[in-house]
Design a protein around this ligand. Structure first.
Ligand SMILES: O=C(O)c1cc(=O)[nH]c(=O)n1[C@@H]1O[C@H](COP(=O)(O)O)[C@@H](O)[C@H]1O
Length: 281
């Protein structure tokens, strides 16, 4: 499929062929230690290379967490750049987890960094924060569209602290989280097989039936594994929208390393469990 096909179409194809799973690449210092690596640039490089080599041809989506690379400065960014290129070359989709959000004119620069096809860190999608107002994301929405990329907008996050912002109710009676979902539904209207503008909705949140999750776009669902949610929880949390869920597992897979076979088995097990849960829904 052409790299300039819309992200939503490329994502649907990837999940259908490789299985519905996003593996997060989060090189925590504690994971480097558990793998017998130092918490330095060589450790970061070895860890990242091992994950890419083990999983790039197997898993549908990867979500490198930028902070774990940024903390090593420019050499960390170089490791991230290489990983993004290698994952994409092997047919994986990359969601850059950088959670960017700023006034529109600055947002345009963040968008150029991650969503312009000629940028060194071009990624298939980017996580963004809408809490300077959804409209502030417009430059990213536009550039993503031009480049066949997508966004994942923080709507209902997996952490308990998120509720004080996301469940706050506006004058019109809708919560902030529901309002973000509404913006995304409008963005994705008419797109097939689904739109390119996704929401981040935690798998840890329990029954979400009071929210309209039918945004005709992907729902990135972190929280499986280390944060306590399981693939079997997904139908209860997401209801009919479960078919658009992209479940993310980071530590739950990464802790199986450094052995490549063990990493592949862990990812395959999560993908199978998700498939079974979704098919039964
Ligand atoms: O946007 C995200 O990826 C994200 C949103 C959210 O609500 N909760 C959440 O955990 N995440 C990210 O998802 C990953 C979860 O990692 P594990 O808990 O190790 O599976 C981390 O990279 C978090 O930054």
């Amino acid at each position: 499929m052409s790299p300039l096909e819309p992200f939503g179409a490329r994502l649907r194809h990837a999940m259908d062929t490789r299985g519905p799973l996003c593996v997060g690449i989060d090189p925590h210092a504690s994971l480097l230690a558990a793998w017998g690596l130092n918490d330095d640039i060589q450790g970061l490089e070895s860890f990242t290379r091992a994950v890419v080599d083990a999983l790039a041809d197997q898993v549908a989506v990867f979500k490198p967490q930028s902070a774990f690379f940024e903390r090593f400065g420019s050499r960390g960014i170089a490791v991230l750049e290489r990983a993004v290129a290698d994952l994409r070359a092997a047919g994986g989709l990359v969601v850059m987890d950088a959670k960017r959000g700023d006034i529109g004119s600055t947002m345009a620069a963040y968008a150029e960094t991650f969503l312009h096809k000629d940028a060194p860190l071009f990624s298939d999608a980017l996580t963004v924060s809408p809490y300077l107002g959804y409209g502030s994301l417009a430059p990213a929405v536009d550039l993503a569209r031009e480049n066949g990329a997508g966004l994942f907008v923080l709507a209902l996050t997996s952490n308990p602290e998120g509720a004080e912002v996301q469940r706050a109710v506006r004058e019109d009676g809708r919560s902030i989280g529901a309002t973000m979902l509404g913006h995304l539904a409008a963005e994705n209207a008419g797109a097939a097989p689904m739109g390119s503008y996704g929401a981040v909705v935690g798998a840890t949140l329990g029954d979400l039936s009071t929210f309209d999750l039918d945004i005709n776009g992907p729902l990135l669902a972190p929280g499986i594994g280390a944060q306590g949610a399981t693939p079997a929880d997904l139908p209860r949390v997401f209801g009919a929208a479960v078919r658009n869920v992209v479940p993310n597992v980071s530590r739950g897979v990464l802790k199986a390393g450094p052995d490549a076979g063990a990493l592949r088995d862990a990812a395959a097990r999560f993908a199978d469990e998700v498939r079974v849960a979704v098919d039964a829904a």
